[in-house]
Each structure stands twice: as C-alpha cells, then as structure tokens.
Write a protein that binds this ligand. Structure first.
Ligand code: FAD
Ligand code: NAP
Length: 340
C-alpha cells in the first residue's frame, strides 16, 4: 500500500472542499488493510476514514488521520434461483455503472436508483433511496473488514438495521468497518415502481405505456439531470438534510396553517414525511448565496459550493437554515451528509 502524506482531498469530495488528509492510500483487498498498523504512526486514530466517491461527505477541516480510498472492484453472479439473481459487487465499483450493468443484463430492482453518485460500498451506509425505492428492497448481504477485531464480518439485511436514509453503519458501527463486497437479490421478472408521479409524467411525455427497466432508468436519468446540480460543475453532496418524519398531529396542525405543505406516508406508524426542500424554500433560502456557499436555486435541499467555500461556511449556512426552520415550523432538521 502506497501511503502519501498531506494529501489534498479537493478532487475526492463532490463538495470540492479544499482540505488535506494527513495520510492517504488506496486499497483493493482486505489483506492490504491488515498491514495498516505497520505503515502509519501510533499517534494517528486507530480507525481510518474509508472514502468512496466523496459524494455524501462534508470536510470542515484537515483530516488528521488516514484516509483510505476504496478500490475493491469486480462484479459477478453468485447464485441464481427461478425468480432471482444474486449479484455481488466490489465496494469500490461506481454505483451508477453497476446499476447500468444490472439493467443491461435484465436484473431488475435497482433501476429507480440510477444516476446516484458514489460507490457500491457506500450504498448500505445510508440505505440510499430515490423515487420510492431503497437499496434495502434488493439488499442480500455484505462483507466488511472490522478494524478493531481484524477480521471479516458478514451482514444480512437484518443485521444492517436499515431505516429511512439510515443503517447500523451510521450509528453503532460508525467508522469501524470497511465494507468490501455487497450482494443484491435482483428480480428476473421486473416489479416496476412508478408511484412517484414524476416518473409517470416522464414516461407519458416519451409516449411509453409499457415500460422496461431501461425505460424507467432513462426516465430517472432525464429527471435527475434536469433538476439536480452536477457536482462536476457546482460542488454539492445531494440532499444536505433528511426529510423530517413528524407525528400526524403536528402535521395536521401545520396543514391548518400552511395548506400546501407536502406530506407523504412514512414507514413509521402515526408519522408523516415532510419535504424538507419545501420547508427551506418557505423560509426564503432557495437561491440564497453568501460568498461561495449557497442553497441551490432549483432544489433548496441541496447546499452548494460555488468554488471556494470552506466546509465551515457550508456548516454555518446549514445551522442558519436549521434555526429558521425551527423558528417558523417547530421542526428540527437533521443533516444527512456525513461531517468530518
Ligand atoms: P462517500 O461520500 O465517500 O462516503 C459516505 C460515508 O460512507 C462516509 O462516512 C464514508 O466513510 C462511508 N463509507 C463510504 N464507503 C465505505 C465503505 N466501503 N466502507 C465503510 N464506510 C464507507 N443519496 C441517496 O440516498 N439518494 C439519492 O438520490 C442521492 N442523490 C445524490 C445526488 C447528488 C448530485 C449527490 C452529489 C449525492 C446524492 N446522494 C444521494 C448522496 C450520495 O450519492 C450517496 O449517499 C452515496 O451512497 C455516497 O457514496 P460515496 O461512495 O460517494 O460515499
Ligand atoms: P422531489 O421529487 O422534488 O420531491 C421532494 C420530496 O418529496 C422528496 O424528497 C421525496 O421524498 C418526497 N416525495 C415526492 N413524491 C413523493 C411520493 N410520490 N411519495 C413519497 N414521497 C415523495 O425530490 P427531488 O429532490 O427531485 O429528488 C427526487 C428523488 O431523488 C427523491 O426520492 C430523493 O430522495 C432522491 N434524491 C436524493 C438525494 C440525496 O442526496 N439523498 C439527492 C437528490 C435526489 P424522498 O426523498 O423520501 O424520496
């Protein structure tokens, strides 16, 4: 493993924040992780930061430890039943390319998750989701290296404690593991999810009445490309906050005051999911910019770096937004992005 010192991470996080890691290396197998003790000094934190595509991270200062870029590659079918295919992908594989690979082979289930940036290995961390589908719906299992125990551990879906943009890897096992391989159970016969109205509208626009998984993927790609800022052009990490899931009584109270407040069913009984982007927009933040930190003009949920913003400036903006939402609606917004 080749370790570099004082390594700039500007090109390794989609916010484009200009900070450096004290040590940086790439790994492509767990055997390389076993050698770690020998290559970094003892004053460095015992567990490294595993980096995928850097698309769900905000660095607020230089990272005084070891950053390991995941480059575990490979995609293969590991099992097949009459209805399903179990596909395993190396954690360093690009997520969208993996989705396209599945679509090309007619493995159904991930098409709504097209064009999400990042790696396969990060997908279980926040149980990535879009357009009514989450990876937990197709997740089979994963293998990870446990830094403290120095062994490979296997996780089933149950072990991962998946929730809305949540998993055990964001809580009890935060920063303790390197996810190495993830397996998905995909369908031979598609079970299309078009309940998000915008997908139906896009298919209707293209005059497609009997869509394939490729049609769904293409529709998602068109919708996302028209609306979300491309990190190659404007630095961002997607939705900065989670959609709050509030008690029904609180929702009814707000609905009385703000009759256009969007609320959606949630998987938590007696609770309603509110679109955080709408709340932020109502507080006047959409399109806001101070120096190079801002709130995107088309989707208020996305905070952006127009060039030279620091992580601290982005955090300060997010704090101001949190306070204004609390003052106006009495709702606590929670950050989705991982802060380091
Ligand atoms: P990173 O940002 O590199 O890492 C994220 C976290 O996971 C960090 O804490 C990191 O340490 C940890 N981690 C990463 N890889 C590993 C590993 N192998 N083992 C252990 N820990 C690891 N998310 C959605 O859910 N739905 C969306 O629709 C969506 N759209 C987006 C659109 C845009 C334009 C952008 C910029 C982001 C979007 N995101 C979305 C957020 C992001 O793409 C996902 O969360 C993605 O899974 C992050 O992958 P990554 O490889 O970039 O992770
Ligand atoms: P959008 O269509 O403007 O919708 C705003 C919010 O309303 C979304 O967050 C979504 O919740 C919710 N919503 C809309 N229609 C819904 C329905 N029929 N049923 C239940 N909930 C509904 O959102 P967008 O910003 O363009 O994003 C589109 C999709 O991509 C969303 O699913 C979003 O989560 C995902 N996305 C995620 C990120 C990220 O970084 N996490 C970034 C970009 C896009 P949900 O978020 O729960 O779906």
């Amino acid at each position: 493993m080749h370790v570099q010192e004082n390594f700039s991470l500007k090109a390794f996080n989609t916010f484009g924040i200009d900070i450096s890691a004290r040590y940086f290396a790439k790994f492509s197998s767990w055997e390389e992780l076993e050698q770690l003790k020998e290559i970094v000094s003892n004053d460095v934190p015992p567990t490294p930061l595993i980096l995928g595509g850097g698309s769900n991270i905000l660095f607020t200062k230089n990272f005084n430890g070891l950053v390991l870029k995941n480059e575990v590659y490979g995609i293969r079918v590991v099992a097949e039943t009459p209805d399903h295919i179990i596909v395993e992908a190396g954690a360093g594989e690009n997520w969208h390319q993996f989705v396209l690979h599945c679509i090309a082979n007619n493995y159904a289930g991930l098409e709504n998750l097209s064009l999400i940036p990042g790696t396969v290995g990060a997908s279980p961390i926040q149980n990535i989701g879009a357009y009514g589908v989450e990876i937990k719906d197709s997740f089979h299992s994963l293998d990870a290296y446990h830094f403290h125990d120095k062994k490979i551990v296997h996780f089933t879906a149950n072990d991962c404690a998946f929730g809305y943009r949540e998993s055990i890897f964001k809580h009890d096992l935060k920063n303790e593991l390197a996810i190495l391989k993830v397996r998905f159970q995909l369908n031979k016969k598609p079970n299309l999810k078009t309940s998000y109205g915008i997908i139906e509208q896009e298919l209707a626009k293209k005059k497609i009445s009997n869509p394939s998984i490729k049609d769904i993927s293409d529709a998602v790609i068109s919708i996302r490309s028209s609306k979300l800022p491309d990190p190659k052009i404007i630095g961002n990490a997607g939705s900065f906050f989670k959609n709050p899931i509030i008690p029904l009584a609180k929702y009814d109270e707000l609905k009385h005051q703000y009759d256009t407040i969007p609320g959606y069913a949630s998987d938590k009984p007696g609770r309603i999911k509110i679109a955080a982007g709408w709340l932020i927009d109502q507080c006047g933040w959409k399109g806001y910019r101070k120096a190079d930190a801002g709130c995107h003009a088309l989707q208020a949920l996305v905070l952006v770096n127009y060039g030279k913003a620091t992580g601290q400036e982005i955090i300060d903006l997010s704090n101001q937004i949190i306070v204004s939402i609390q003052n106006k609606f009495g709702i606590d917004l929670e950050r989705e992005v991982n802060i380091f």
